[in-house]
Design a protein around this ligand. Structure first.
Ligand code: BGP
Length: 478
C-alpha cells in the first residue's frame, strides 16, 4: 500500500528540557525532580518503582547525568540547524518550570529563564519550525516536592496557573501548540515522575496518585481555558502514554480482564480531559480500591469547560495480559506489566516492538473521541556503535521507525485524523526511566557516555538521512 499523509503533516522530533538542556544551575534555574534522579538503569528504575525517596543529591554514591544533559542550553543553535537540515516542520520540547519559577511558588518569574526560551523559539522561527511545547514534562520544581508534597497538594494548582499564565502571555506570538502534562496517565505507575512525590507506602500509592491526578485535571482544564483566552487560535492537547492491552487468548475471562485494565490505564485520563467528565467505570474501581477523591466546588464544571483540542500520545509498546498469571509469567512483560507476547520481539531494554499496535492505538483513540490525534513520542532506544570512520549505521532504528510510520499510514487510511509525528529523542539524550546516555534514540549522535566522558560533539547517523527523505516525500518514501 502507498502511505499517504495529509498535506501540512507535522513531521519532527521530540525532547524534554530535563533530558537535554543540562546547565542545571545556570540562568537562575532552581533544582527540579530530574536533578535529584541518579543515573544508571539499576539505580533509577528501582527508585521509580519504590517508596520513600528522600530527594537528596548524593554524589558520593551516584552520578547525575541530567545535570549536564547534552548541553542543549549552550548548543541549541547548532541542534536546531541540524533539525532544520532534516526538514523538521515541528519540534517538541518542554519548558523547565524551575527555569521560570526556580522554587515554583514565587510571585514573579525569572527573566533569564524566560529569555532563554525566547531565544530557542526565535531560532526555530528562523527555519519555520513550529514549536510544540509541553508545559510539564517530569520536572516539578524540587521545592514544590519537598515543601508541598508534589501534586498531592492542591496548592500546586495555583502555582501551575501562575506558571502557565506567564508562559502564554510571554510566548503568545511564538507558540501555538501546547501540551499540558506529559504522559498524565503514567502517574499511578510512577507517581514520582509525573506527580512529584514518592509514595509513603504501597497502601497509600493509589489514593495519593488519583488525588494528585485530580489536581492535574483541574490545572490542565484551567490551562486550556487560559490558553484559549490569551492566545486566540492556540491548540492545547493532553498527552497520554498509550499501550493497547491485548488479551493473552480468547478466554472471555482474559478478554474482560484486558478490557478493564485498558480502561483504567489508557482511557480514564483521556475521558476526563477530552470528554470533560469522570467516566462511569471509575466509580467501581475507586470503590474497590478505597480511593476517595477530594474535590472543591466548581472543579467538575471547570473540567467540563476546559476540554482539550487534540489528543497527543506516546507509543512504544503494547501490553499482553491475562487474569491469572503463573509466578514465572509475572515480570516477563514490558515496563508497564503484563506477560510476554509470543509474537513480538523486544528491544535491548525489554520493550516489546509492535508497529501494528500503533495502528490499533490510533483506531482505538479516534474511535473513542473523534478528535485529532498527534503521535508525539515513538522510537527505539538502542546501543549505537561509532565506526572507525565516524559513521553510525543504525539500520535497526530505521527498520523500527519505518514500520511504525507505515502503521500510521494504515491508520490514516482507516480514517483516523492525524496531525503529526514527532519521534522521541531526535537527538540522543538522557533516558528518563534508566538515566542512561547509552539508551539512544537519536538521528543525531551525541558524544556523551554513561560515565560522564565525551566531547558533546554531534554527528549525523544513517537514520538522519533516511528521515530527511521521509519528510521531504511526506512519508511516501520509507
Ligand atoms: C517517555 C517519556 C520520555 C522519554 C521516553 C523514552 O515515557 O515521556 O521522557 O524518555 O519515554 O523512555 P526512556 O527514556 O526511559 O527510554
Amino acid at each position: 500500500m502507498t502511505v499517504k499523509f495529509p498535506e501540512g503533516f507535522l513531521w519532527g522530533g521530540a525532547t524534554a528540557a530535563n533530558q537535554l538542556e543540562g546547565a542545571y544551575q545556570e540562568g537562575g534555574k532552581g533544582l527540579n525532580l530530574a536533578d535529584v534522579l541518579p543515573g544508571g538503569k539499576e539505580n533509577r528504575l528501582k527508585l521509580l518503582s519504590s517508596t520513600g525517596f528522600d530527594f537528596e543529591i548524593d554524589k558520593s554514591k551516584y552520578t547525575y547525568p541530567n545535570h549536564e544533559g547534552i548541553d542543549f542550553y549552550h548548543r541549541y543553535k547548532e541542534d536546531i540547524a541540524l533539525f532544520a537540515e532534516m526538514g523538521f516542520k515541528t519540534f517538541r520540547m518542554s519548558i523547565a518550570w524551575s527555569r521560570i519559577f526556580p522554587n515554583g511558588d514565587e510571585l514573579e518569574p525569572n527573566e533569564e529563564g524566560l529569555a532563554f526560551y525566547d531565544r530557542v523559539f526565535d531560532e526555530l522561527a528562523k527555519y519555520n519550525i513550529e514549536p510544540l511545547v509541553t508545559i510539564a514534562h517530569y520536572e516539578t520544581p524540587l521545592h514544590l516536592i519537598k515543601e508541598y508534597g508534589g501534586w498531592r497538594n492542591r496548592k500546586l494548582v495555583e502555582f501551575f496557573e501562575r506558571y502557565v499564565t506567564v508562559l502564554f502571555n510571554r510566548y503568545k506570538d511564538k507558540v501555538k501548540y501546547w501540551l499540558t502534562f506529559n504522559e498524565i496517565n503514567g502517574a499511578t505507575h510512577m507517581p514520582l515522575l509525573g506527580l512529584g512525590f514518592s509514595p509513603e507506602s504501597e497502601e497509600t500509592r493509589l489514593q495519593d496518585s488519583f488525588q494528585g491526578l485530580h489536581h492535574q485535571f483541574v490545572a490542565s482544564a484551567k490551562a486550556v481555558q487560559l490558553g484559549h483566552e490569551i492566545i486566540p487560535g492556540s491548540q492545547i492537547g493532553c498527552m497520554l502514554i498509550y499501550a493497547p492491552v491485548y488479551s493473552y487468548d480468547s478466554n472471555p475471562e482474559n478478554v474482560v480482564y484486558a478490557q478493564q485494565e485498558a480502561r483504567i490505564f489508557n482511557n480514564f485520563c483521556g475521558d476526563v480531559q477530552v470528554r470533560g467528565e469522570y467516566p462511569s467505570f471509575i466509580d467501581r474501581y475507586f470503590r474497590e480500591n478505597d480511593v476517595n477523591i477530594e474535590m472543591e466546588e466548581g472543579d467538575l464544571e471547570l473540567i467540563k469547560e476546559g476540554t482539550v483540542d487534540f489528543i497527543s500520545f506516546s507509543y512504544y509498546m503494547s501490553r499482553t495480559d491475562k487474569k491469572n498469571k503463573t509466578p514465572e509469567e509475572i515480570g516477563q512483560g514490558n515496563l508497564i506489566g503484563g506477560v510476554k507476547n509470543p509474537f513480538l520481539k523486544a528491544s535491548d531494554w525489554g520493550w516489546e516492538i509492535d508497529p501494528v499496535g500503533l495502528r490499533v492505538s490510533l483506531n482505538e483513540l479516534y474511535g473513542r473521541y473523534q478528535k485529532p490525534l498527534f503521535v508525539v513520542e515513538n522510537g527505539l532506544g538502542a546501543y549505537d556503535k561509532v565506526e572507525e570512520d565516524g559513521s553510525i549505521n543504525d539500520d535497526y532504528r530505521i527498520d523500527y521507525l519505518r514500520e511504525h510510520i507505515r502503521a500510521m499510514g494504515e491508520a490514516v487510511d482507516d480514517g483516523v485524523e492525524l496531525m503529526g509525528y514527532t519521534s522521541w529523542g531526535c537527538i540522543d539524550l538522557v533516558s528518563a526511566s534508566s538515566g542512561e546516555m547509552s539508551k539512544r534514540y537519536g538521528y543525531i549522535y551525541v558524544d556523551k557516555q554513561d560515565d560522564g566522558s565525551g566531547t558533546f560533539e554531534r554527528s549525523r547517523k544513517k537514520s538522519f538521512f533516511w528521515y530527511k527523505n521521509v519528510i521531504a516525500t511526506n512519508g511516501q518514501e520509507l
